[in-house]
Design a protein around this ligand. Structure first.
Ligand SMILES: [Zn+2]
Length: 405
């Protein structure tokens, strides 16, 4: 099947995940795409397919004759789309032979070269956008389309391959994609998530991530009689925020620079609550940031009395580089395949996490490949048919490479 047609089939499904839901998957609508994919994998000839109770679709293709000793290779993509924008009634706009200039979306918004300078490099390709009212869902339905198309080609063309394992997960966008992933059942020695940016992108690094929940207990008395008695929790919250380095926030950082991000704050005189996320690629700096947070809280308690401020620090995920470094072939082979396709591999540190960062620590080393998409999580999301085809070629190339050893 044509890769764009396949992608179009997937974006028709609304699969927005929901952070506040306690269900698995977080939204029932994700089941529909899961069932569709289960049926499609069977239809293209994947011998063993399972949709489990958590909404994860697994597929296994045994090695071709003589390749049984090859290491088992996995490919993973996620079915849900970000709750940051609507994913309902997505209307794909297809522009053949795109001229590399501004695109007026049907809803009136302009996908502009000024905001997205890389658009110029996509001239001559078939550009796929939304109508400006929803996201597109290339993140990560393009990844699914690329994996399914690659597997279809492997099976149709009888390309020799080792054991292959594929999985499509729900709820990646709300950080739960790996929660119920069964690494043992999946059975791959290592895998790639296909969930990145341009088709030449490659990532083996994510943030180390922690959350910090802070509660401040104030002392509320009549402001007229408050001298040396009142502890204004709201003001203590402001003081705490001012004790953290002002330039180390998401607004002022990029590349390998970490940050403290005040995600939410609420309060009054008697109590206040703050919620931070702490991020850094370097484990050492990450630990130092958590120490800074503890010290700030300790200083405030020294000043206002023990128990005024409480801190709950919780690690969310770690930089997968520590794990992937031990399996150099994962990055080396991906770079080689991307280069063989005439592209220049671009290794970028992910300023976030991927399912792969959790999976790597669960025993499945898992770098991330590009899908060919851009401007995720909003109405300007776009991708090209050629980018998808190349990302699919990367998957096929890796399957060939791991069958050759
Ligand atoms: Zn994604």
């Amino acid at each position: 099947m044509d890769i764009l047609e396949r992608f179009g089939n997937y974006v028709r499904f609304e699969t927005t995940s929901d952070e506040d839901s306690t269900a698995t998957p977080s939204t029932a609508c994700q089941w529909e795409l899961a069932r569709f994919l289960e049926a499609e994998l069977k239809r293209i000839g994947v011998p063993r397919v399972e949709l489990d109770d958590y909404g994860i679709v697994y597929g296994w293709i045994p090695a071709t004759a003589g390749k049984e000793q090859c290491r088992a290779l996995g490919f993973i993509a996620h079915m849900d789309t970000s709750p940051a924008a609507s994913g309902k009634d997505v209307k794909m706009q297809i522009i053949e032979n795109y001229d590399g200039k501004d695109v007026r979306l049907a809803g009136g918004e302009v996908l502009s070269v000024r905001s997205f300078p890389h658009l110029k490099t996509l001239a001559g390709r078939t550009l796929v956008t939304t109508d400006g009212t929803t996201l597109l869902g290339a993140d990560d339905k393009a990844g699914i389309a690329e994996i399914v198309t690659a597997i279809e080609r492997i099976l149709e063309e009888n390309i020799p391959h080792g054991p292959l394992c594929i999985a499509f997960t729900p709820d990646e966008e709300v950080g739960r994609g790996a929660d119920h992933f069964n690494v043992d059942k999946f059975g791959a020695d290592f895998a790639y998530t296909v969930d990145g940016g341009p088709e030449y992108d490659l990532a083996c690094e994510t943030f180390n991530a922690a959350s910090a929940k802070i509660k401040i207990h104030g002392v509320s008395v009549h402001p007229g009689d408050a001298k040396d008695i009142m502890i204004n929790a709201g003001l203590v919250a402001c003081e705490l925020s001012a004790m953290l380095p002002p330039s180390e926030t998401p607004r002022y950082t990029d590349g390998y620079e970490g940050f403290y991000h005040l995600d939410s704050i609420s309060g009054d005189v008697s109590s206040a609550a703050m919620s931070y996320i702490i991020r850094d690629h370097s484990r050492e700096k990450f630990e130092a940031r958590k120490e800074t947070m503890k010290n700030v809280v300790a200083k405030l308690n020294q000043k206002y009395g023990e128990g005024t401020v409480t801190l709950e620090l919780c690690d969310s995920y770690y930089n997968m580089r520590e794990i992937i470094e031990k399996h150099e072939h994962l990055m080396d082979n991906a770079k080689a395949v991307i280069t063989e396709l005439g592209l220049t591999p671009q290794v970028i540190p992910v300023r976030g996490g991927t399912d792969g960062s959790r999976l790597s620590y669960m025993g499945l080393p898992c770098p991330n490949l590009g899908t060919g998409g851009y401007a995720y999580h909003g109405p300007f999301e776009h991708i090209t048919k050629e980018g998808m085809a190349l990302a699919c070629d990367v998957v096929v190339g890796l399957i060939r490479k791991y069958a050759a050893v």
